[in-house]
Design a protein around this ligand. Structure first.
Ligand code: AVI
Length: 328
């Protein structure tokens, strides 16, 4: 087995049960109930997200693929600039998209090592081994942990120039305050010459956006409902998944896609690990996820407010999605 840096203390991909129980209790005790989308990604949830990415309605994946494929020469050249650098991939997963860049950087004979970061040790082990065969000349140092934990580790152990990748539209799942705080923290770990390449889903026809989060085959519904299944499994809950349904709605003025689970009847749910019963009225909702959609002006403002400047905006032909290169 190739070595991984393991910063994450819990069993693979999982969260601490106590922290999960505490968050669930707090969320379900609110007047407007909430559960955090960060708990979507157990192994079943991660598989369902892979399925979402293959849906015809979920344009985000294909759009970003197009950006990276069509503009890989320019992206690789701009990211690299001069000398050796660490390419840090936050939330790398199977790195399907990043591999386009890795191949191009290698082709351009750029001097770098690849540092994928993910909460899943299994995913990082697999990726390390696959890259060892597919791109044997690219040095890989996978880190298993949370994003910030990993940046901290890098700060202590690696002194060369850093290029951070935050692909997908992961920034969109943070609240506005969280995304600003996150960008400020990332910025605090970067110095002159360092860069951030971040994926941002852009504003577009509201119906196109709505379809992407309410697909006909019900994969997104299963993804959302999986959160209740996970509570049943890990916290001893007795949610009846047939008595809740997925509801997604897009607010075109705020640019926010909001997802909910709706209680289809009056019901009570017991959660063993919390030792409490939670009551739902008929049609009461649990808010589970926000997915922000941005204008390029907003991206500019976010950069400004967090001390980054926009170097280049890479777009697909439809202008559905942007990979934005921020410089320090
Ligand atoms: C992971 N994240 C960027 C996805 C999104 O588009 O917000 C999660 C997702 N939720 C429903 N479909 C996909």
């Amino acid at each position: 087995k190739l070595p991984l840096v393991e910063l994450h203390k819990e069993p693979d991909g999982s969260v601490s049960k106590a922290a999960f129980a505490k968050d669930v209790e707090a969320g379900l005790s609110k007047k407007n109930k909430t559960l955090s989308s960060r708990y979507f990604y157990d192994s079943r949830g991660s598989q369902l997200f892979q399925d979402i990415m293959a849906l015809p309605e979920y344009y985000l994946t294909r759009s970003e693929f197009e950006v990276l494929t069509d503009q890989k020469e320019a992206i690789a050249a701009e990211v690299a600039a001069e000398g050796f650098f660490h390419l840090i991939d936050l939330g790398a997963g199977d790195a399907l998209k990043t591999k386009i860049l890795l191949r191009e950087l290698h082709k351009q004979k750029q001097q770098f090592d690849y540092v994928p970061v993910d909460i899943s040790g299994h995913a990082m082990q697999e990726l390390t081994e696959r890259l060892h065969h597919e791109l044997p000349d690219v040095p890989v140092q996978a880190v298993v942990g949370e994003y910030i934990q990993a940046l901290e580790w890098l700060q202590e152990h690696k002194s060369e120039r850093k290029v951070v990748l935050f692909l997908g539209s992961n920034i969109g799942n943070f609240t506005s305050d969280e995304s600003m705080a996150f960008l400020k923290i990332v910025r605090s770990y970067l110095g002159s010459g360092d860069k951030l390449l971040m994926g941002m889903d852009l504003r577009k026809d509201p119906n196109t956006i709505l379809d992407a989060y309410d697909d006909k085959t019900g994969v997104t519904a299963a993804f959302n409902l999986n959160l209740l299944r996970r509570i049943n499994e890990e916290l001893g809950g007795n949610f009846d998944l047939n008595c809740f349904s997925h509801y997604a709605t897009y607010d075109p003025q705020a640019g926010v896609m909001r997802s909910y689970l709706v209680s289809r009847k009056r019901q009570e749910v017991w959660i063993e690990a919390i030792g409490k019963m939670f009551s739902f009225t008929a049609w009461e909702t649990i808010h589970t996820e926000n997915s922000h959609k941005y204008s390029l002006e907003q991206a500019q403002e976010m950069g400004k407010a967090t001390n980054f400047s926009i170097e280049t905006v890479f777009l697909d032909k439809n202008q559905y999605f942007a990979d934005i290169l921020f410089a320090v």
